[in-house]
Write a protein that binds this ligand. Structure first.
Ligand SMILES: Cc1cc2nc3c(=O)[nH]c(=O)nc-3n(C[C@H](O)[C@H](O)[C@H](O)COP(=O)(O)OP(=O)(O)OC[C@H]3O[C@@H](n4cnc5c(N)ncnc54)[C@H](O)[C@@H]3O)c2cc1C
Length: 387
């Protein structure tokens, strides 16, 4: 074991761990970022070319965090000298008189988020080639858009290293010994840190076992489906087609979302916002395609310009909490172990602000937002949590 003691060790170089490590290094903390796979990899939750970014949430706390997250993404773009965000607008479609849509509208108005409300009769003029369901309302969050995910992850890791941070990839953490100085053992080394941040995505509970904690997290495999445009360009970024989310679609229990064709020319990404449970190390053994059946029916009804058979299917994982809110907290027993987990399929856009919050916790500072919605305490009555 080396005598070197890091100010902080971060486990997991997905978007949350990488952003946290970067914030720590920027704050002059001697930081080690450990990753089990050789980087870049496609086995967790942060790979792939694109993610949706938006300010439009029903909950005030997410809207507030997204205000700052947009600023931090812009700052990252400047620091890295690369484009990470493409503004396309985000179309929301939802039952017009439903609770979710009403809450969303109220929150958007309260926070003065620039929004365009589309009346049924003008919908197809603004959004051609999309069938809006009867009884559904539509609005556009004009700041919604696409984040270039792979590029962002690489940029943050590069910035971390150029700020003095150390990345060791291909090093799987196999043991954690809590204490005033935490000892972390990987397959090829033993490292010590005054604080530890666990941002292990789908593997969060595997690592937390070493600390006597289990969270009520469900890991699901997402079939990431790309659909061929019948006429190339119909739903493209170039044609200013927006990202979209349909709440309460007729075809399934969870939202369906899509991004304009971009990364694969002529192919549009449309996905179901839930999947079937899986073990993170055995993701590809999960072969359920129930979500694809839902999407085929949805594409047939709603997106007539797409061939209703997926042309490309990739895999990714969500780590879902019972209330779909994140876990951003200190370990209930070991105050110098910080946990960022359960990003429930919507955490990428928050990466920079989550990095800031987790780094504040790791440095023993008061976090700059009220973290009560993200506390571990809220799971106390849940059967799978052991606090
Ligand atoms: C298909 C799909 C679409 C999505 N769309 C959106 C979207 O449009 N907008 C949005 O905001 N979010 C979206 N998300 C969610 C977002 O991508 C995730 O919330 C985010 O990437 C989670 O990042 P993470 O760092 O927590 O996890 P991960 O990216 O999984 O990172 C965890 C890392 O920890 C490493 N690790 C685990 N165990 C160990 C160990 N023992 N030792 C060392 N390293 C370890 C893993 O290898 C991994 O690299 C989407 C997710 C998916 C799957």
């Amino acid at each position: 074991m080396s005598s070197e003691v890091y100010d902080c060790i971060v486990i997991g170089a997905g978007i949350q761990g990488s952003c946290t490590a970067y914030q720590l290094a920027k704050n002059k903390q001697k930081t080690l970022l450990l990753e089990q796979f050789v980087l870049p990899h496609s086995r967790g939750s942060s790979h792939g070319q694109t993610r949706i970014i938006r300010k439009s949430y029903e909950e005030d706390f997410y809207v507030q965090m997204m205000h700052e997250s947009y600023e931090l993404w812009a700052q990252l773009e400047k620091e890295a000298g690369v484009e990470l965000y493409k503004r396309t607008g985000l179309l929301f479609m939802a039952p017009e008189n439903g609770e979710g849509f009403s809450r969303l509208k109220v929150t958007l108005q309260r926070h003065k988020i620039p929004t365009v409300f589309l009346e049924k009769q003008e919908f197809s003029q603004h959004i051609p080639n999309v069938n809006l369901r009867d009884g559904y309302g539509a609005l556009i969050d004009t700041f919604g858009g696409v984040l270039y995910a792979d590029r962002a992850l690489r940029a943050v890791q590069r910035l971390f290293q150029s700020s003095g941070g150390v990345i060791k990839d291909g090093e799987k953490v196999i043991d954690i010994a809590p204490g005033a100085v935490v000892t972390v053992t990987t397959g090829s080394g033993v490292y010590r840190g005054r604080s530890l941040v666990i941002t292990a995505g789908p593997w969060a509970n595997t690592l937390l076992t070493h600390t006597g904690l289990q969270l009520p997290l469900k890991v699901v495999k997402i079939n990431v489906c790309y659909w061929k445009e019948k006429i190339p360009g119909t739903y493209s970024v170039g044609q200013r087609f927006p990202c979209f989310i349909e709440m309460e679609p007729k075809e399934g229990q969870y939202d369906i979302y899509g991004l304009p064709s971009n990364e694969y020319p002529g192919l549009m990404k449309v996905c179901y916002h839930m999947g079937s449970e899986t073990e993170p190390d055995e993701r590809d053994k999960q072969t359920d395609t129930g979500d694809i059946d839902i999407l085929v029916r949805y594409v047939t009804r709603c997106l007539p310009g797409l061939v209703p058979v997926p042309a490309v299917v990739e895999s990714c994982m969500y780590t879902v909490t019972p209330d779909h809110n994140f876990v951003l907290d200190s370990h209930p027993t070991y105050g110098n172990i910080i946990i960022g987990a359960g990003f429930s399929g919507h955490g990428f856009k928050f990466g920079p602000i989550i990095g800031k919050l987790l780094s504040q916790l790791a440095m023993g500072q008061v976090p700059s937002y009220d973290l009560s919605p993200f506390r571990i305490q809220r799971f106390q009555s849940h059967p799978r949590s052991s606090l």
